[in-house]
Design a protein. Structure first.
Length: 78
């Protein structure tokens, strides 16, 4: 998947679905959805999200907003 088309001004918007059966990123209606296997407890979902982008896309990201929400805005650092 080419996520570059979703990055604007080094920001990436996506919806996170925790506690999924498998970790995967999909595009639905021109929006990104990230299914994560981690449960939304003690920052586990956010940690898995950051590791996912590093492993799959070699991107270092930080959560700009939505740390406690399913709607996230990520800042691309690299």
């Amino acid at each position: 998947m080419d996520i570059q088309k979703h990055i604007l001004n080094n920001l990436l918007l996506l919806k996170v679905i925790p506690n999924a059966s498998q970790t995967k990123l999909i595009e639905e209606d021109h929006k990104l959805k990230l299914y994560l296997s981690a449960i939304p407890d003690k920052n586990k979902t956010n940690t898995q999200l950051i590791k996912f982008f590093k492993k799959e896309f070699n991107l270092k990201v930080e959560i700009k907003s939505g740390e406690r929400s399913r709607q996230k805005v990520l800042r691309i650092l690299e």
